[in-house]
Design a binder for this molecule. Structure first.
Ligand code: PEP
Ligand code: MG
Length: 325
């Protein structure tokens, strides 16, 4: 089987009936990029930049960040690097920036909320990314967007920094794609309006499931509520994808669900464009994708929604279907 996957390294990510997708990797730093290349990824779909901050004893300077992003994108040799702006708070602390202790850190001061509250830190990161974009294809996405106003404020800050840099580099940032994560239920419900504001969505299912099911993603006592295949949840994913496509917005997924073998035929059936996962899952996913037929996947999704009342029922349906397809 491993050998069979290995042969997938330079094969395109297409279904048996010829529909093309992207299978990308999730990384925590540029040190992970060799594994991305070795596993034949179509790009990086999620660069979690918080590790750059967490392993430093000071706020990383613009120059330090520029070097890190440039190194990452150069190693990708023309493939796209999707960088998520700082997503700290919640469970991810910073030694040099003590944050108040909270009763409910996952519902508190984190990610874009901190970025908009302390814009200097956010601006530094955006400037470093704008400068690095001269060395390859970069996309920037904002984490934990809840409301339209947050997205508009984040975009405004981005465009202000771009305009400042453009005084000396008129072309800067012209090729950057701007996007947002969908990981808060309100944003998922408002996907239609949000889609007109960004070039891509990336669905963060780890948090989206946590918030939809009201179940802490790190708490084993409630892990039975981690249900990516729950039919109600699948309908929400489909809503996000349809809303994105109605506005020509690319729809990606970078949570664990993107690399789940039972979810794959359903996600293809829903029309998801980009699948971003840990590098080690890429070849297995591509191998499976190339055997699937998009039309049949669409029928599978429709059947799951029409006939299944639980995650268990969906999983059984997919398992049986995979044996025949
Ligand atoms: C997610 O929430 O699904 C996600 C990809 O982000 P993280 O796991 O870093 O919170
Ligand atoms: Mg998240």
């Amino acid at each position: 089987i491993r050998e069979q996957w290995q042969r997938m390294i330079d094969q395109p990510s297409v279904t048996a009936d010829g529909h093309s997708y992207k299978i990308a990797a999730n990384i925590g730093s540029s040190v992970d990029i060799p594994a991305v290349i070795e596993n034949g990824a179509d790009g990086v779909g999620l660069f979690r930049t918080e590790f750059l901050y967490m392993k430093s004893d000071h706020l990383p300077t613009e120059e330090e960040q520029f070097i890190a992003y440039r190194r990452a994108v150069e190693q990708l040799n023309g493939k796209r690097l999707v960088v998520r702006t700082l997503d700290i708070g919640g469970d991810k602390p910073l030694s040099f920036m003590p944050l108040p202790k909270e009763m409910n850190p996952f519902l508190g001061y984190r990610a874009i909320r901190i970025a908009l509250d302390r814009p200097e830190m956010f601006r530094t990161q955006l400037r470093a990314l704008l400068r690095a974009s001269e060395y390859g294809k970069i996309s920037i996405m904002f984490p934990m967007i809840t409301t339209l106003e947050e997205l508009q404020k984040a975009k405004q800050i981005y465009y202000e920094e771009q305009a400042k840099l453009a005084v000396n580099h008129p072309q800067i940032g012209q090729d950057i794609r701007l996007g947002m994560m969908i990981e808060v239920p309100l944003a998922a419900l408002n996907a239609d309006r949000l889609a007109s504001e960004v070039e891509f969505f990336s669905i963060g299912t780890n948090d989206l499931i946590q918030y939809c099911f009201a179940a802490d993603r790190g708490n084993d006592a409630v892990s039975y509520l981690y249900q990516p295949l729950n039919p109600t949840f699948l309908k929400l994913i489909k809503h996000i994808i349809d809303a994105g496509h109605a506005h020509n917005t690319i729809v990606a997924m970078c949570g664990e669900m993107a690399g789940d073998r039972y979810a794959l035929p359903l996600l293809i059936g829903m029309g998801l464009d980009v699948y971003s996962m840990s590098a080690g899952s890429i070849l297995r996913t591509r191998s499976m994708m190339r055997k699937l037929d998009r039309r049949k996947c669409e029928q599978l999704y429709q059947k799951a929604i029409a006939t299944c009342d639980s995650m268990t029922a969906v999983k059984e349906l997919v398992q049986k279907w995979l044996l025949k397809n």
